[in-house]
Design a binder for this molecule. Structure first.
Ligand code: FAD
Length: 368
């Protein structure tokens, strides 16, 4: 730790390392796992006091200390992805007044709009003010503290500002060594996690992967994917044989009282691919309707019209909702149809689901 690699010398099979001093370190095989970097647009005031990222533990620590020390009362979160939304909720739970700004039309852009709106409603119910379709223009500070966030439409008072604007693959080292990148801008690797440079491997947020539904190159920054890729690279580096077949875009998070999950392709992506598709969306319960703790769950499935195979699923609901996405992730991975889902022998007892699991109810609606 506290050693930064500043250069890869491919021909010399060595890396330049900077810590207290600088030295060259030789390698036989090299694995690049440099992760991702938070997006920071070149706008006035973003490096100013009172503006925080939420990317590393040390950033979170600094923010936490500032909250304890300065007791701010107004927070503005910029970015309505899962990290921004989790931060907005956390600020509300600490009693701050919270505004959330996003240039998009909806929060949680990885969901279709009809599912994203459920998440927006939950945020508004706990008092988060949403300012959508408003781009960030600048952050103003005064006397060593944040003062306001300027959007395209208004000025929002702010004592503390958090940026959750997404990430990009951290590829500077690879680029410096002329290791080829893919079309997403992440490092290009094969199924064994080998880059196109002899003896150099890569895994995690810095690499491009393959989307098993769209059959296209894809970049995703998730710990699930990074872990599995790391394992594959490690097995291969250790002399074994393993492959990483790609992803279907499964992700899950918890926003307020809602569990939010998605897999496969969403409507926007399907339209971009030019695929004909249909959707079904149902409301059901997480447990038998009479069982204590039973709550609402909304399930949406998307299938390709031509073949009938499932190509996507989204779930929003109370406790017990989210992990049902794993059944849909499996269905999407295997190219199953709604009929296959209906025929599946899924479990039931009142504490866990209605007799028909909500994912099967969605499949029945699809068949109708
Ligand atoms: C707030 C937050 C919440 C998240 N929640 C989830 C979640 O719920 N589920 C999920 O699946 N994923 C989640 N993720 C994503 C997950 O953390 C990442 O996908 C995962 O950590 C990627 O692993 P990695 O090893 O590729 O990169 P990282 O974990 O980012 O590790 C990269 C490491 O490389 C080091 N490094 C970079 N450049 C150099 C260099 N030149 N020399 C030496 N060292 C270098 C960095 O310091 C870092 O330690 C979350 C991320 C954030 C920020």
């Amino acid at each position: 730790v506290l050693h930064e690699v500043t250069e890869i010398d491919r021909g010399g099979q060595r890396v330049r390392v900077r810590s207290d001093e600088e030295r060259w370190e030789p390698f036989d095989e090299l694995l690049i796992a440099t992760g991702a970097l938070p997006l920071r647009p070149d706008l006035p005031g973003l490096d100013g006091p009172g503006v925080y990222g939420a990317h590393t533990l040390s950033e979170a620590g600094e923010l936490f200390e500032a909250l304890e020390r300065d007791r701010p009362s107004r927070a503005v979160v910029v970015g309505g992805g899962y990290i921004g939304l989790e931060m907005a909720e956390a600020f509300r739970r600490r009693g701050l007044h919270v505004s959330l700004v996003d240039q998009a039309r909806q929060v949680m852009g990885t969901l279709d709009p009809d599912m994203g709106v459920l998440v927006a409603d939950a945020l508004e119910r706990i008092g988060v003010e949403l300012y959508l379709e408003e781009g960030l223009k600048a952050v103003e500070s005064e006397g060593g503290r944040a003062r306001a966030v300027i959007t395209g439409n208004r000025t929002l008072a702010a004592d503390v500002v958090v940026l959750g604007l997404g990430v990009r693959p951290n590829v500077a080292l690879a680029e410096g060594a002329k290791i080829p990148l893919g079309e997403s801008g992440a490092i290009s690797v094969d199924e064994r996690m080998r880059t196109e440079a002899e003896g150099i491997w890569a895994a995690g947020d810095c690499v491009e992967t393959f989307h098993r539904v769209s059959r296209k190159p894809f970049h995703v920054a998730l710990g699930t994917v990074a872990n599995r890729q790391g394992r594959v690279a490690g097995i291969n580096l250790g002399g074994g044989a393993a492959t990483f077949p790609g992803v279907v875009g499964t992700a899950v998070s918890k926003i307020c009282e809602l569990e939010v999950a998605r897999t496969g392709l969403q409507e926007k992506e399907l339209r971009e691919l030019g695929w004909e598709f249909e959707t079904a969306r149902i409301e059901s319960r997480t447990r038998a309707h009479y069982f204590p703790g039973s709550g609402k769950i909304t399930v949406k499935i998307l299938w390709e019209k031509r073949s009938g195979r499932l190509v996507g699923g989204q779930i929003v609901g109370v406790e017990g909702a989210a992990k049902r996405i794993d059944v849909l992730a499996l269905a999407v991975t295997l190219g199953l149809t709604a009929q296959d889902l209906v025929d599946m022998d899924l479990s039931y007892a009142p504490p866990f689901s209605p007799v028909w699991d909500p994912v099967q109810t969605a499949a029945r609606t699809a068949l109708r």
